[in-house]
Write a protein that binds this ligand. Structure first.
Ligand SMILES: NC(=O)c1ccc[n+]([C@@H]2O[C@H](COP(=O)([O-])OP(=O)(O)OC[C@H]3O[C@@H](n4cnc5c(N)ncnc54)[C@H](O)[C@@H]3O)[C@@H](O)[C@H]2O)c1
Ligand SMILES: O=C(O)C[C@H](O)C(=O)O
Ligand SMILES: [Mg+2]
Length: 628
C-alpha cells in the first residue's frame, strides 16, 4: 500500500511538473513570443514591442489595466490616464457605456446620432489618420460640429465611457519629478503644436477633470484640418491635477486622479515642470492653453508668454474673434470701422473669455482714438460688464482684479438709474446698447425680457453675440434673437446654428463667432515665422485680418464671419498676417530652410504662397520599409 501511495505521490508531483511544462510549451504565442506560466502564478509574456506600439497592438494592449510597474517597464507612463483599472472594471465601463448610449438613443435629449458619428469617426482616426482627415476636410461643415463644438463637449462628459485607445499624453500630479523623462515616451521626435488643458473649465460644462482631453484632441483636429499642421506633429495633453467635480470623484469608472484639484504653488509647480519638459524635448513647439479656469488662465499666460511659445486660446483667441465680430457689426451698419469707439457694448460674463474680449476691444478703440492715455481712459466708458452678481461698478466689494478696469463709476451710472449689481435686463433697458455680447456659460441668459429691452437700442442694427458653448449654453438662439429684436440684427454664436428663414426670401444669418477662425492661423503663422513668442501685435494682426476678410456685400447682408467651409482659406490669410507682423516686429527667425533674412524679402503674396506650401494635405505618401 505504502508503495502504491508512494508511487502515487511521485507520479502526482511528476504529473504537476509535466503539466506545468506542457502548459509552458503549449502557450507559444502566434507572433512567436512565448508565455511561461507556472502553478504558482503567471510569469511574464515576452513581447517585442513597447510604448505606443504595444498600445496599438490589439493582441497585447491592456489599456488602463497596465499596472504602474508595467507602465514604467514598457515606457507607457504618461500615455494612459493615471487611474489603473482592473479588467473587470474595464468590462463594467464598456457595458455601462453601451447601455448609456442605448438609453440616450431612447430618451432623446442628446442627439444620439452625433455621438454615434463621433464614435465612427474616432475609430477611423485610430485606424487611418490620412483617411480621417480627408473625410473631415472634405465634409468640414458636417463633421466639425461632431469632432469640435458642440459634440466634443458631450464626448468629454462621457469620456470615461467612450475611452478606447488613448490619444495624447497625460501628465498627472503623480508624475511630479518624472515629466522630463516620461516626455520621451511620446514617439514623435518633432512636435509642432501642443494643445494642453487641465480640464478645469471645459466649454461651459465646468470641471470635467481628465475627461477634458477630448477638447485638446478636438482643437488639434482643427489645427490639422484648417491649418494643415502635420497630424504626426500634434500632441494633445491633459494635465491631471485632480478634479473638484464630486460626481467624478465618486464615479468608480472615472479614469483620472480621484482627489481634489491641486491649487496654489503646488499647482503651478506641476505646470512649470510640464512646460520645461516639453520645451526641452521640442524647443520649437507651440503650446496652446485651452479651457483653464479663469484664475489660472490669466496667471499662467502672464507667467509663460515671454518665456515660451504659448498663448491662451480662450483669452487671446476669443478676444480676436470677438473683436472681428464687433468691427463687422460696425461695418454691417454701413459705417466705417473708425466708428467702433462710439459703440455702446454690454458684456455678460467677466471670465477668461469676457475679460480677454474687453481688453482687446478697449485697446482697439483707444488705438483708433489716437492711442493716448486719455483715449484709453475714455474707451472704458463704452463698456458695461455684468457678471453673476450683476453690473460691475467701483462700489463692488472684493472685485476681481481682472475686471476692475471695467468697473463703472457710480456717479456715471446713477444718471442712467443704474447701481452696483444691477440686473442685465435693467442695464440693457437703460444703456440701449449697440452690442449685447455673452460669454457667461449661461444658456438662455438673453431671455425674452432682455431681448425685448434690446429693441430699445439706439443702433440702426443691434448686434447679439451669444458666444457661450456648447449649444445648450448659448445665451439665446438665432430664432429668439431675430423673432424678438427684429430682422435687421446681426447675430453670432459660439456653437453652430442654422440660418433663420425670415420669410419673403429673407435670411437671418447665423454667424459662428468661434475662436476656430483664429487659433489655427495664429499657431501656423507663429510656426512658419519662427517667432519665439506670440506677441500682442501678432494677435492684433490676426484679428484685423479676420475683421477685413468679409466683403462689403457679405457684411451688409449680415454675414460677418466666413462659413466654416472657408476655414482653410481664412487660416492661410491669418497665418500670413501673423508672419508679416512677426517680420515687422523683428521677431521672425525663420523656419526650416527659410531664414529670417529670406523671410524679410518676401512680398505679401509670396508669404501667402509660403504658407500654402507648408500646409499638410491628406494624401497617402509612398511607403518604403527600412530596418531601424
Ligand atoms: N465662442 C468662443 O469662441 C468662445 C471662446 C471662449 C469661451 N467661450 C465660452 O464662454 C463661456 C465662458 O467661458 P469663460 O472661460 O469666460 O468662463 P468663466 O467661468 O471663467 O466665466 C464665466 C463668467 O460668466 C459670469 N456669469 C455667470 N453667470 C452669469 C449670469 N447669470 N449673468 C451674467 N454673467 C454671469 C461669471 O461671473 C463669469 O464672470 C463658456 O461657455 C465658453 O465655452 C466661447
Ligand atoms: O471650444 C470652443 O468651441 C471655443 C472656446 O474655446 C470655448 O472654450 O468655448
Ligand atoms: Mg476653449
Amino acid at each position: 500500500m505504502g508503495n502504491f501511495f508512494h508511487q502515487m505521490r511521485v507520479s502526482s508531483a511528476l504529473l504537476k511538473r509535466l503539466q506545468s511544462h506542457q502548459r509552458a510549451i503549449a502557450s507559444v504565442n502566434v507572433d512567436g513570443s512565448r508565455s511561461f506560466t507556472t502553478t504558482e502564478g503567471h510569469r511574464p509574456t515576452i513581447v517585442h514591442k513597447r510604448s505606443i506600439d504595444i498600445l496599438h497592438d490589439p493582441w497585447f494592449n491592456k489599456g488602463t489595466a497596465f499596472s504602474m510597474t508595467e507602465r514604467d517597464r514598457l515606457d507607457l507612463r504618461g500615455l494612459l490616464p493615471p487611474n489603473v483599472m482592473s479588467s473587470e472594471q474595464q468590462i463594467e465601463r464598456f457595458m455601462a457605456d453601451l447601455k448609456r448610449l442605448q438609453l440616450s438613443a431612447r430618451d432623446g435629449p442628446s442627439d444620439p446620432y452625433s455621438l454615434a458619428k463621433w464614435r465612427i469617426l474616432n475609430r477611423l482616426h485610430d485606424r487611418n489618420e490620412t483617411m480621417y482627415y480627408k473625410v473631415l476636410i472634405d465634409n468640414i461643415e458636417e463633421y466639425a460640429p461632431i469632432v469640435y463644438t458642440p459634440t466634443v463637449g458631450l464626448v468629454c462628459q462621457k469620456y470615461s465611457g467612450l475611452f478606447r485607445r488613448p490619444r495624447g499624453m497625460y501628465f498627472s500630479a503623480e508624475d511630479r519629478g518624472e515629466m522630463m523623462s516620461m516626455v520621451y515616451n511620446w514617439p514623435a521626435d518633432q512636435v509642432d503644436m501642443i494643445v494642453v488643458t487641465d480640464g478645469s473649465r471645459i466649454l461651459g460644462l465646468g470641471d470635467l477633470g481628465v475627461q477634458g482631453i477630448g477638447i485638446a484632441i478636438g482643437k488639434l483636429d482643427l489645427y490639422v484640418a484648417a491649418a494643415g499642421i502635420n497630424p504626426q506633429r500634434v500632441l494633445p495633453v491633459m494635465i491631471d491635477v485632480g478634479t473638484n467635480n464630486e460626481k467624478l470623484l465618486e464615479d468608480p469608472l472615472y479614469l483620472g486622479l480621484q482627489e481634489h484639484r491641486l491649487d496654489g504653488e503646488e499647482y503651478i509647480a506641476v505646470i512649470d515642470e510640464f512646460m520645461e519638459a516639453v520645451f526641452t524635448r521640442w524647443p520649437h513647439v507651440i503650446v496652446q492653453f485651452e479651457d483653464f479656469q479663469s484664475k489660472w488662465a490669466f496667471k499662467l499666460l502672464q507667467r509663460y508668454r515671454n518665456e515660451y511659445r504659448m498663448f491662451n486660446d480662450d483669452v487671446q483667441g476669443t478676444a480676436g474673434v470677438a473683436l472681428a465680430g464687433l468691427l463687422g457689426a460696425v461695418r454691417a451698419q454701413g459705417r466705417p470701422m473708425i466708428d467702433f469707439p462710439k459703440m455702446k457694448i454690454v458684456v455678460a460674463g467677466a471670465g477668461s473669455a469676457g475679460i480677454g474680449v474687453l481688453n482687446a476691444a478697449r485697446k482697439t478703440m483707444a488705438r483708433m482714438l489716437g492711442d493716448t492715455d486719455i483715449a484709453f481712459e475714455s474707451a472704458r466708458s463704452q463698456f458695461w460688464v455684468v457678471d453673476a452678481n450683476g453690473l460691475i461698478t467701483e462700489a463692488r466689494e472684493n472685485i476681481d482684479p481682472d475686471a476692475r478696469p471695467f468697473a463703472r463709476k457710480v456717479k456715471e451710472i446713477e444718471r442712467q438709474g443704474l447701481t452696483e449689481g444691477a440686473k442685465l435686463v435693467e442695464v440693457v433697458r437703460q444703456v440701449k446698447p449697440d452690442v449685447l455680447l455673452g460669454l457667461s456659460a449661461v444658456g438662455g441668459l438673453f431671455s425674452k425680457e432682455v431681448l425685448e429691452a434690446l429693441k430699445g437700442s439706439t443702433s440702426t442694427r443691434p448686434a447679439i453675440f451669444a458666444m457661450s458653448n456648447p449649444t445648450k449654453n448659448a445665451e439665446c438662439t438665432p430664432e429668439e434673437a431675430f423673432s424678438i429684436v427684429g430682422d435687421n440684427i446681426i447675430f453670432g454664436s459660439g456653437s453652430p446654428f442654422n440660418n433663420v428663414d425670415l420669410g419673403n426670401g429673407h435670411v437671418g444669418h447665423s454667424n459662428q463667432a468661434n475662436n476656430m477662425f483664429l487659433f489655427p492661423g495664429i499657431g501656423l503663422g507663429t510656426l512658419l515665422s519662427g517667432s519665439k513668442v506670440v506677441s500682442d501685435g501678432m494677435l492684433q494682426a490676426a484679428a484685423e485680418c479676420l475683421a477685413a476678410y468679409m466683403t462689403e456685400e457679405e457684411v451688409l447682408q449680415g454675414i460677418i464671419y466666413p462659413s466654416i467651409s472657408r476655414i482653410r482659406d481664412i487660416t492661410k490669410e491669418v497665418a500670413a498676417a501673423v508672419i508679416k507682423e512677426a517680420i515687422e516686429e523683428d521677431l521672425a527667425e525663420g523656419y526650416r530652410e527659410i531664414d529670417a533674412r529670406e523671410l524679410q524679402k518676401l512680398t505679401e503674396d509670396e508669404i501667402r504662397t509660403y504658407v500654402m506650401n507648408n500646409m499638410w494635405s491628406p494624401e497617402y505618401p509612398t511607403l518604403v520599409y527600412k530596418k531601424e
